[in-house]
Ligand binder design. Sequence first.
Ligand code: HEC
Ligand code: HEC
Ligand code: HEC
Ligand code: HEC
Ligand code: HEC
Length: 270
Amino acid sequence: MKKKLLIIFAFTLMGYLIIPSGYTKTSASQDVLAAFKGNNCVECHSRLMNPLKLTSRYGEWHISTHKDKGVSCDKCHGGDPSMKDEKKAHTGILPTSNPQSKMNPKNLPETCTTCHQQIVAAFVGSKHYQSLKATGLGPSCSTCHQHMVTQVVYSGEDAAKLCASCHDSANSSLPKRPEIADQADEAMQAIRRASLIVVWTNRLLEEAHNKKVDVAKAEQEMKVVQGLFIEAKASFHAYNLDAVRKKADEAHQRGTKIKDELRAKLYPNQ
Ligand code: HEC
Ligand code: HEC
Ligand code: HEC
Ligand code: HEC
Ligand code: HEC
């Protein structure tokens, strides 16, 4: 997982170094400047070349879903994006290691809840949250989503490894509970199965729209499936792995039925 991220990042960085600015209209930094015009955090940080540690943070954000969705630095870090001056812009921004920082692992749930209420609510009900608040030992959002929220855990294997690092490791003070990693593996696979069907079915719905085929009923049913899928992902944050599997499997079954009906409707001769 980390390796993949590093490779993507290396290419992103190479892009900056190799492509002189103004070389092409689609040059990455120009796109960003257009979408985030007037946001001084993005404008200044996208141009920083030194020190490398900090520019790498910019690169991580640059390839993230948050950038694609228009979530600028200040939405998570705070500060004042209307200020061109570095000091003024950084008002209120503290190093992550400071317990008062919005980015300190202990405070991330509160920072992220502005936009991810359902997920954070599930997390807050878990032992992980209690332990994070009490001792700082439980995982926080950045444990599984990387520093700049560039990653989601994708494979069952990755999920299992992650849980095992605390729940089944000689390096951890927690009692060995190998079954936790196994259950997480299965739950993650169920999420992936459901995810594939959701993507596939949504593509078919789009095709139906383009072909002006009436699929109102399938669309209604698909809303239920989406809801189940979102609940499954939220349940993952409560570490209620049984619930994750049940909801994800139900989303998968119902989604498959809709998908097959749509295919029969769109391609009757296949
Ligand atoms: C004019 C340029 C400039 C602007 C505007 C700017 N920054 Fe920075 N920022 C920097 C530089 C340079 C550093 C590295 C400072 C250092 O090495 O101490 C930095 C450091 C940081 C750090 C690391 C702080 C730490 O203590 O570890 C964060 C987080 C950050 N900026 C976020 C932001 C956000 C959010 C905004 C907008 C609200 C912003 N920056 C606006 C230039 C800028
Ligand atoms: C979705 C939320 C989010 C957005 C948007 C975001 N960051 Fe971050 N950033 C984080 C988190 C979380 C951390 C701390 C992760 C950790 O614990 O290592 C972090 C860490 C950093 C650090 C290291 C700070 C330190 O004290 O170690 C810098 C620098 C930084 N971000 C700059 C930026 C800049 C510049 C942008 C915009 C181009 C940005 N971030 C956008 C969430 C975000
Ligand atoms: C200003 C709103 C905002 C804030 C603050 C924010 N996010 Fe997001 N986040 C979004 C949006 C929008 C998406 C895109 C998915 C969606 O539409 O739900 C997203 C997606 C994600 C994803 C999925 C990424 C992917 O590639 O699929 C993760 C994980 C995530 N956010 C974690 C966090 C964490 C952790 C924090 C706090 C450090 C945070 N977010 C703060 C708006 C936000
Ligand atoms: C122990 C690991 C773990 C921790 C801790 C964790 N997440 Fe997640 N997160 C996941 C997994 C697994 C998924 C589902 C992956 C997928 O979308 O395929 C996910 C998905 C998400 C999504 C995308 C949901 C969607 O509907 O697409 C968001 C947003 C998110 N997490 C936010 C957070 C926030 C905020 C925190 C901290 C309160 C957090 N996560 C802590 C593992 C974790
Ligand atoms: C950074 C370390 C860390 C990681 C990573 C981690 N956990 Fe935990 N987990 C904890 C701590 C600490 C507790 C609280 C232990 C306690 O209070 O008994 C806990 C408690 C739990 C519990 C409650 C146990 C019980 O006896 O009721 C479950 C379930 C759990 N974790 C599942 C998971 C899963 C699933 C993953 C992977 C997706 C995971 N954990 C990853 C540290 C971690």
